[in-house]
Design a protein around this ligand. Structure first.
Ligand SMILES: Nc1nc2c(ncn2[C@@H]2O[C@H](COP(=O)(O)OP(=O)(O)OP(=O)(O)O)[C@@H](O)[C@H]2O)c(=O)[nH]1
Ligand SMILES: [Mg+2]
Length: 324
């Protein structure tokens, strides 16, 4: 009887240790840190610059005024990125926030979104150029906008046609997360009603807001996204000042109803928004930008490039056969 060849024991049958890959990846990611690029967009004077400063908890956007009634109104006049490194438990997060001028105060607001959409596309284009160079860098600095916070006027009524138009344009190129600006001007009941109305209007107008589910997601992620979609738009309050509540100094605002603590979930949803951006959806915002928005841009550009080069080739051939 022929002996059955026994496969010798290989180390592969023992403990391989590839499970340590997670800690290797973790160590690498932690060392490099994360960068999240946020953009704020909305009508004039809705508190965009203030919210950026609230997120940073420090006055990074120069505060030129409006603090006293005799001082001039502070107005953002150009697209302006600011950056801040946040370190929590040894994890580095670079927050880059792009502040934009408010729109909607011109007689003609047609195409007021053009400079903003152009800025987003310019970042995609810069990334693509770096990717296509022969000696591309191993790590390309990413300036692509991962999330655009869209500020809604707290009128209690609904979206203006201009807001619908801007949101639509933006959602084609970037992850859009709507927020209700200055939500301290609404009562809690008004706020809930307004949120419902905005969600219905967004659905009616086919505005695709982040987060999206994809087939790879686990039930847990789907549930979390479902909860976020029921919470959106986040009702936020921004403040650059400290107020004293129960003897403690907190970031907040005084209004005619009392004192608002920006960090208190019973007062507003600023903390939910911050957790959503910097904790639960940080990685997903970055991935969705790369895999959906940037990918769309990239394939369009490469296709256009291919078409123009084959057109050129065809022209050259025609010229040659004509004996030119
Ligand atoms: N009640 C209230 N007022 C706010 C809030 N956030 C900002 N403000 C005030 O609104 C005014 C405008 O704030 P900005 O942050 O300059 O607004 P902006 O959207 O950057 O304005 P533009 O750059 O001109 O578009 C300031 O007087 C702020 O103090 C808020 O959450 N609630
Ligand atoms: Mg501003």
């Amino acid at each position: 009887m022929a002996a059955v060849a026994q496969t010798p024991h290989t180390p592969l049958e023992g403990y391989v240790g590839f499970d340590s890959i997670t800690s290797q990846i973790e160590a690498k990611l932690l060392k490099r840190g994360f960068a999240l690029n946020i953009m704020v967009v909305g009508q004039t004077g809705l508190g965009k610059s203030t919210l950026v400063n609230t997120l940073f908890s420090s006055h990074l956007i120069e505060s030129k005024g409006r603090l006293e009634s005799h001082e001039a109104v502070r107005k953002t006049t150009e697209i302006h990125p600011v950056s801040h490194l946040v370190i929590e438990n040894g994890v580095k997060l670079r927050l880059n926030i792009v502040d934009t001028p408010g729109y909607g105060d011109q007689v003609n607001n047609d195409n007021c979104w053009d400079p903003i959409v152009k800025y987003i596309k310019d970042q995609h284009s810069a990334y693509l150029r770096k990717e296509l160079t022969a000696m591309r860098d191993r790590y390309i600095a990413d300036t692509r906008i991962h999330v655009c916070l869209f500020f809604i006027n707290p009128t209690g009524h609904g979206l203006r046609p201009i807001d619908v138009a801007v949101m639509k344009k933006l959602s084609d190129v970037v992850n859009v997360v709507p927020v209700i600006a200055k939500s301290d001007s609404l009562t809690l009941d008004e706020r809930d009603l307004f949120k419902e109305r905005i969600r219905a209007e967004m659905q009616y107008n086919n505005i695709r807001v982040y987060p999206f589910d994809n087939e790879e997601y686990e039930d847990e992620e789907r549930e979390l996204n479902e909860r976020i979609r029921a919470l959106i738009p986040f009702a936020v309050v921004g403040s650059e000042k400290q107020v004293v509540i129960d003897g403690k100094s907190v970031r907040g605002r005084k209004n005619r109803y009392g004192v608002i603590n920006v960090e208190n979930e019973n007062h507003c949803e600023f903390v939910y928004l911050r957790n959503f951006l910097t904790r639960t959806h940080l990685q997903d915002l970055i991935e969705t930008t790369a895999h959906i928005h940037y990918e769309q841009f990239r394939s369009k550009q490469l296709l256009a490039l291919k078409e123009s080069s084959s057109r050129q080739q065809a022209q050259q051939q025609a010229q040659q056969s004509n004996g030119v």
